[in-house]
Design a protein around this ligand. Sequence first.
Ligand SMILES: Cc1cc2nc3c(=O)[nH]c(=O)nc-3n(C[C@H](O)[C@H](O)[C@H](O)COP(=O)(O)O)c2cc1C
Length: 206
Amino acid sequence: MKKKLPTLYIGDLKVDPPIIQGGMGVRVSRSGLAAAVANEGGVGVIAGVGLGKFENRPGSEFESLNNDALREEIRKARSMSRGIIGVNLMVVLSNYEPLVKTAVDEGIDLIISGAGLPLELPKLVGKKDIKLVPIVSSSRALNIICSKWKRNFDRLPDAVIVEGSKAGGHIGYSYQKVIEGKEPSLDDQIREMVELAHTYDPAIPD
Ligand SMILES: Cc1cc2nc3c(=O)[nH]c(=O)nc-3n(C[C@H](O)[C@H](O)[C@H](O)COP(=O)(O)O)c2cc1C
């Protein structure tokens, strides 16, 4: 018998099937993929890094070309889907803030941010109903984000993406320790982070 996966709730967003498509930068996950995933009930994610036809253009135009292209991709995705559309914006980007502002102006449903700690994200988003989802690879990083967000903005993440030591991408683990099996397992990481989340909000489900 087929077992149905449990529905994922991120605040009032209902994600069914509970799939968040990974953001893939430099024009890999754009409006077409994001809208297709959103049309199936998942979260479609447009990656903000490297969008725009900035090749052979002066460097001074990069920021505005990147912003315009993100805006266009969000609008295109909205024109193809009424489902949940998010953006993946890496904190390490030199133009992180303008990209966040563009996504906020376009009324994106959620912002996923890794490759650094998105400590100022709630300030950039303000009072708009946009779900904020940090990507973290340790409970220490999550604790820093939660304590700063709580203290400075009276806000906590709406969801958290836990990046295990075997994930690809820009992750915060030592290669040597990973191959020696000395990094904690993803299951241990998740358990630790759920415990930590309960210290901030006991109502969070296990
Ligand atoms: C081509 C490619 C580009 C990616 N770009 C980003 C990115 O811009 N930002 C990010 O946070 N993760 C990026 N990732 C990581 C993915 O979002 C995802 O977390 C990772 O691929 C693990 O998921 P998987 O096991 O389903 O592949 C990228 C992955 C791939 C394969």
